[in-house]
Ligand binder design. Structure first.
Ligand code: BTN
Length: 231
């Protein structure tokens, strides 16, 4: 992929800029980074605090896949970022939390927001937004240190490989890699879906990236929600 990278001093949200470009028929591979965001957003409509010094960027993708196949792309992005960030973190432990959070010693250090526009049954475009806490983090989070530009470029290089594999062979060919970087099969999980909490044991992922939760012997397929490891 020939990435085309634009850096802005400030933006409301890099997601909105990439979406505007997508409506203007921009090709995939455009990357918009902002040094700060005034209206950065996270999953479930939450604010993503976006002060200078951290990394904020969005990528425009146009995978030629059906709507039901695209969800696992967020997991692929999480795995790519994990591969970049895990280096040299010992003795702290980096872990993926389904669907695509990155934890450093159980504290969130990066997040991924995937927003998808459909054209009928197919994907028109994906705006894939990444926020990495480098110099600062909310009090329950962790800051990683490091060089924002190097992290961005290493991510793009790593993601390029997995993206190609995902398009050619599907998520099932990447699933074992993802599982190797996440909480262990058998871990007790609590999944918050809307206002409800569902408890169970992590039983893996299906071939499109949904979470499999063993609830007293019956497997529930979790397609969305908030997940917390039980202590
Ligand atoms: C989450 O964990 O809730 C996802 C956070 C995603 C934040 C990034 S920062 C760059 C891009 N622009 C945004 O407004 N959000 C994403």
């Amino acid at each position: 992929m020939d990435w085309s990278i634009q850096i802005l001093d400030s933006a409301s949200s890099t997601q909105d800029i990439v979406k505007d470009l997508a409506w203007g028929e921009a090709p995939e591979g455009i990357v918009v980074q902002a040094l700060e965001q005034t209206d950065g957003r996270g999953r479930h409509g939450r604010e993503w605090v976006s002060q200078k010094g951290n990394l904020f960027f969005s990528v425009l993708l146009r995978p030629d896949v059906m709507a039901q196949e695209v969800g696992s792309l967020a997991l692929v992005a999480g795995l790519s970022l994990y591969k970049v960030l895990e280096q040299d973190k010992w003795p702290e432990v980096m872990q993926l939390k389904w669907p695509n959070d990155l934890l450093l010693s159980d504290k969130k250090c990066a997040g991924i927001l995937m927003e998808t526009e459909l054209a009928g049954a197919y994907v028109d475009y994906v705006a894939l937004g990444l926020g990495v806490n480098i110099v600062s983090a909310p009090k329950e989070g962790a800051a990683l240190g490091g060089e924002a530009i190097a992290i961005r470029d290493d991510f793009l290089e790593q993601f390029d490989k997995y993206y190609k594999q995902w398009k050619e062979k599907g998520f099932s060919s990447i699933k074992e890699d993802w599982l190797g970087c996440a909480h262990e099969i058998g871990a007790e999980l609590s999944v918050k879906i809307d206002q409800d909490h569902v408890f169970g044991v992590f039983a893996g992922l299906d071939d499109v990236g949904n979470l499999l939760l063993d609830c007293n012997g019956s497997i529930r397929v979790i397609t969305a929600g908030e997940i917390y490891l039980c202590s």
